[in-house]
Design a protein around this ligand. Sequence first.
Ligand code: NI
Length: 249
Amino acid sequence: MLIHLSSWPEIDARLKDTKTVIVPIGSNEQHGPTGLLGTDWMCPEIIAHAAEKTDDSLIVAPTFNIGMAQHHLAFAGTISLRPSTFMAAITDWVSSLSRHGFERIYFLNGHGGNVATIEATFSEIYAEWSFVEEQPPMVLKLRNWWDLPGVTGLCNRLFPTGHGSHATPSEIAVTQAAYPDRIKTADYSPKIAPSGPIRDALDYRARFPDGRIGSDPAQASPAKGQEIIDLAAAALIRDVAEFSAEVRP
Ligand code: NI
């Protein structure tokens, strides 16, 4: 069940059986000369929606599509939150969902730059709950889609060289499978992009002139993307089932 395509009575009824909700979360930021700006929120959304199609007991929230992208702001089309705004927004999403009876909130993340701030937000939220004697029966979880069991192994087999860490062939392939009419091409130079540290926007643009880090996205194809989606969606279904079955001590 997708929340944005449901009515409130439908969600109300489903909350009697299911207390878990998946929130795809990512970022809108440059992904090299051919990658879609939405890549980091589209990948978790594509995987979560594929899982929901297979297993309609899953409830998927609207995608949280803007994150921590300050280092990409020297590239057009990037939209970023500052850490404090991002934390406040995640907290309000959690409060809204828990208000209705969701007790387990599973964030499926598509952007490495979000991880530290999401974890810090969880710490803030848990602290708020711990300060009162009557705590809500809530559990939060963060999972990067590439950390779903088996996914990194598959990506390494599909792309043994030039995977890199930004505008990777695996994330580009996932978007190509879902949006085949939006595939773009370019002559990459160099073929495999440079690697290095991530700092501020101007430093990033100087180090990584076309936006890629360590990657060769020309290796991406819709077929490889579909293989990743199928494996990740199946792994997500198992991971969410385990999360839902975890007993709170
Ligand atoms: Ni990305």
